[in-house]
Design a binder for this molecule. Structure first.
Ligand code: HEM
Length: 224
């Protein structure tokens, strides 16, 4: 029997590809956020860059905390890689940017508190956890590498603090790791309804992360 074209595509397209295609417009909104344009254009002070690093810190405490919690879960645990954990790297970055008293300078924004609350809600829903994990980590391993190179040029950071967040030395080859990660997405045993639910959560994850960036520009402008 010959299957109709869309059905054939649905049967043969790996889930990782479906997920990327279904959410790429949301990625474009995140990538196009003005804070990133200002940052990449070298128009922000080091402390204004630190505003984003601070928000990352709170988001990754939540995300990495959930990873630790789910490490033994048969489905979610396949996406837990301690080499990805970012808290220590972010602490080094914050110490470099703000000095030893960095802890007293940082606080989660309203948008970050919303994102963190949503991440905590994923504790009982493995696909939802994977949705947030994918949105952050595959991004950090992709466009994040470009961001790192630009930040190094702008602020003159080496290693040991500043942009350690984007350095994943423990992973080996990043393209190989990303391929392995996508293979794990493809192996997820999800029916169509659950796939659609997960795609919706990735879209929400993009939106919540974009709102964090949008709020940052507001904070930076108000301070100026
Ligand atoms: C200056 C900002 C950004 C640039 C230049 C950028 C660029 C890119 C590029 C070129 C890719 C494709 C890499 C590949 O196919 O291997 C990518 C993938 C990705 N980015 Fe971004 N990105 C940016 C910001 C973001 C942000 C803010 C997020 C999330 C909040 C994000 C999440 C992702 C994800 C999840 C992927 C993986 C898509 C997939 O292969 O399934 N990116 N990015």
């Amino acid at each position: 029997m010959k299957l109709p074209c869309e059905l054939r595509q649905a049967v043969t397209t790996p889930f990782s590809e479906t997920l990327k295609n279904a959410t790429w417009a949301d990625h474009e909104s995140a990538e196009g956020e003005s804070y990133l344009a200002e940052l990449m254009g070298g128009r922000l002070s080091e402390h204004e860059y630190g505003e984003m690093v601070s928000q990352h810190y709170f988001a990754y405490i939540a995300l990495d905390g959930l990873s630790r919690q789910l490490a033994d879960h048969p489905v979610a645990g396949r996406f837990v890689f301690p080499e990805l954990y970012r808290e220590r790297a972010l602490e080094r970055d914050l110490a470099t940017i703000y000095g030893p008293s960095w802890r007293s300078r940082i606080a989660p924004s309203k948008a970050t508190r919303t994102l963190v609350a949503r991440i905590h809600q994923m504790a009982d829903w493995p696909s939802g956890y994977i949705a947030h994990h994918y949105t952050r980590y595959l991004g950090d391993l992709s466009g994040g590498q470009f961001i790192r190179m630009e930040l190094q040029k702008i602020y003159g950071y080496g290693t040991g603090g500043g942009v350690d967040f984007y350095i994943f030395d423990g992973l080996g080859s990043l393209p190989r790791f990303k391929n392995e990660y996508r293979a794990r997405l493809d192996e997820l045993e999800l029916d169509d309804r659950e796939r659609q639910r997960m795609i919706r959560e990735v879209k929400l994850a993009y939106q919540l992360n974009t709102e964090v960036l949008a709020e940052l520009l507001h904070v930076v402008k108000t301070a100026a």
